[in-house]
Design a protein around this ligand. Structure first.
Ligand SMILES: [Zn+2]
Ligand SMILES: [Zn+2]
Length: 322
């Protein structure tokens, strides 16, 4: 009887330690979990705490189609505690559409940004970049800290009508007149050019990879069908070819929230299908707001980060890796 009692007591003793062990492990789990959550909170620009991790390297100003001067953009970036700001004026095009920098303006743009870099060097890192359009001359880009390569128009002779992010009627006109009314032929042409961006511009970053899908979300809402059908097998194949070409080069892809900041979309470029591809290849990605005014410098970044997490994307915070 005494032996049974003794065994019982020692079992209770062991159980006590087991329970204590479980409590300790659970406490460690809670602590680590709280730490990870706090870190995430600090990464959120709306948390009002540590914010110095935000940077944006896709910024337009009054030198092209932006609404604010470079200095206003710098002040706004400092006020929102950004760690770095990269300017990326639209490169000059021979036909001089109203959204690009003039030749003279490009020189002034460089001088202005470099002067601001010096003036604010103790407060923020400023980089001089350019958004190099596929159709711009690529003579000398060595002055720039980084180059974003972008396709905006698919037909050199008619830059304005063939712009994939311009007026929808103009794009329809271009499809009818230059692609025999075949929308998928226009999409194929677009991705052919995008696939060539590194070869043509030696860019560091691919700007808004699938810009051609800009109007789809709104169009589906309004008319029940996409502006350009990104689920069409021809579209998917053209997109895949461009991706295969680009991931074999040392480029960074943007997770570009520009369409969100301007109210066209609720999601960033590129599509989730493209993100899954980039994830598979562990291609570096960078957040880009494509800001055209001071209040959109980091808009959409928290949404962009949810995609970075969802697809385990290889997020980096520098615009040049070569
Ligand atoms: Zn662009
Ligand atoms: Zn841009």
């Amino acid at each position: 009887m005494g032996e049974i009692l003794e065994n019982l007591l020692s079992a209770v003793g062991v159980a006590k330690w087991v329970v204590l062990g479980i409590i300790i492990v659970y406490a460690i789990f809670l602590f680590v979990n709280a730490f990870v959550k706090t870190k995430r909170m600090f990464a959120n620009p709306n948390s009002g705490k540590v914010q110095k991790i935000w940077a944006n390297f896709h910024t337009h100003t009054t030198f092209c189609d932006g609404k604010n001067t470079p200095e206003e953009m710098v002040e706004a970036a400092i006020n929102s505690n950004m760690s770095a700001l990269g300017f990326s004026g639209h490169s000059h095009l021979p036909t001089e559409p109203d959204w690009t920098m003039s030749e003279e303006g490009t020189k002034e743009y460089k001088e202005t940004v470099l002067a601001l870099r010096e003036k604010y060097k103790d407060q923020i890192e400023i980089l001089l970049g350019i958004e190099q359009d596929y159709w711009s001359k690529t003579d000398d880009l060595s002055d720039y800290d980084f180059v974003i390569g972008s396709v905006h128009s698919i037909f050199e002779k008619d830059i304005t009508n063939s712009a994939v992010d311009g007026a929808r009627n103009s794009f329809n006109y271009a499809v009818d007149n230059y692609f025999g009314g075949d929308r998928m032929a226009a999409a194929e042409r677009y991705f052919e050019l995008v696939g060539d961006l590194f070869e043509r511009t030696h860019c560091d970053i691919i700007g808004h990879f699938d810009l051609i899908t800009k109007y789809n979300e709104k169009y589906i809402e309004e008319k029940g069908e996409p502006f350009i059908d990104s689920e069409n097998p021809r579209f998917i194949e053209a997109e895949r070819k461009a991706l295969e070409k680009l991931v074999a080069t040392p480029v960074i892809f943007e997770i570009n929230t520009g369409g969100m900041g301007r109210g066209f979309r609720s999601t960033p470029y590129p599509s989730e299908r493209v993100m899954a591809f980039l994830s598979k290849h562990q291609t570096p990605v960078i957040l880009a707001s494509d800001a055209h005014k001071t209040d959109t410098l980091t808009s959409g970044f928290d949404t962009a980060l949810t995609y970075v997490e969802k697809y385990n994307l290889n997020l980096i915070n520098t615009p040049r890796i070569q």
